[in-house]
Design a protein around this ligand. Structure first.
Ligand SMILES: [Zn+2]
Ligand SMILES: [Zn+2]
Length: 304
């Protein structure tokens, strides 16, 4: 029997439940950058054959990968209309990784915007007021689809952990290592909604308390949360996002917008983002910092 967890309806959680597993994130990343065959993916991701074929099947079942059998001996995997729209999310993941980690493979890569011909850095701006978006300026309000989601806590998919050294040329390996666990990612998302205390996290994410404590500890160790005492005796702590944690906002907001579009129910968005700088509901654009145009996957190439 499947275990079901009831949590506040959230497009971030829906997106994470579809593609947020470490191996899925890795596969999508590799396919986005042009790795297309099973053999190439095997070596690029470091996954076992069983795990890789399991996740490839899963991603096809949720319409995030398409298998091309033109050459039956060498099928290739491609992005779909749905998964190509994770491109902005991938760029935001790269931004965060580049800011906080030095990775020789990543540092050597320059992103070139074909439209303006320049090396660029992707920036997130508000579609309405064109200002850069910071999480301090965004609030979340219940949308027409607010309510509860029933989520399966255990799936038939085999899970396995990735060792730090196993991630090869992955462009945002640290982010995937950290957020490729859905409870960890859920906790960061809840922190963006203003949650700070263990009991509040537990109320929204009713998983076993030892799992919750373990993930909070991990997030503190990784510098995403810092602990601030709010009660002296007994000593109790709140968990606050650090600057490094707050800088994950573009990753989560792009995931939310993707989930709103691709993982929605008939009721509409569970949650709306509001941009306080312009007092409008927030729709983000990821743009080239050189020419200001919105970035699309087909107009960007990498230069080593
Ligand atoms: Zn705005
Ligand atoms: Zn440009």
């Amino acid at each position: 029997m499947k275990n079901v967890l009831s949590t506040k309806a959230s497009s971030i959680n829906r997106a994470l439940d579809e593609i947020g597993d470490k191996w899925c994130l890795l596969i999508i990343q590799e396919v986005l950058w042009g790795i297309n065959t099973f053999t190439e993916m095997l070596s690029a991701t470091g996954a076992s054959r069983g795990v890789l074929s399991d996740r490839l099947n899963w991603l096809q079942s949720v319409d995030c990968l398409r298998k091309n059998r033109a050459n039956p001996n060498r099928p290739t995997y491609h992005m779909t209309k749905k998964s190509i729209e994770l491109y902005h999310n991938g760029l935001m993941a790269m931004n965060w990784e580049r800011k906080y980690f030095s990775t020789p493979e990543l540092d050597a890569v320059a992103l070139i915007h074909n439209r303006c011909g320049k090396a660029f850095w992707p920036i997130m701006q508000c579609d309405y007021c064109n200002q850069d978006v910071y999480c301090q300026d965004v609030s979340f309000i219940p949308g027409p689809g607010a309510g509860k989601d029933q989520r399966v806590t255990k799936t038939r998919r085999r899970s396995s952990s990735i060792q730090r050294g196993d991630l090869g040329k992955t462009l945002y390996r640290n982010l995937i290592n950290l957020l490729g666990d859905r409870w960890t990612a859920n906790l960061v998302a809840l922190a963006f909604h203003g949650l700070k205390r263990f009991d509040d996290f537990h109320k929204e994410l009713p998983v076993a308390t030892n799992i919750l404590a373990d993930r909070l500890k991990l997030l503190v160790n990784e510098g995403i949360f810092c602990q601030l005492p709010y009660h002296q005796s007994p000593l109790r702590y709140e968990y606050h996002l650090t600057d490094k944690g707050q800088d994950l906002f573009p990753y989560f907001s792009t995931l939310l917008e993707w989930g709103d579009k691709w993982c929605q129910t008939s009721k509409g968005e569970p949650m709306l983002m509001h941009h306080r700088s312009c007092e409008q509901s927030l729709k983000t654009q990821v743009r080239c910092d050189q020419c200001g145009e919105t970035l699309v996957a087909t107009e960007v190439h990498f230069k080593l």
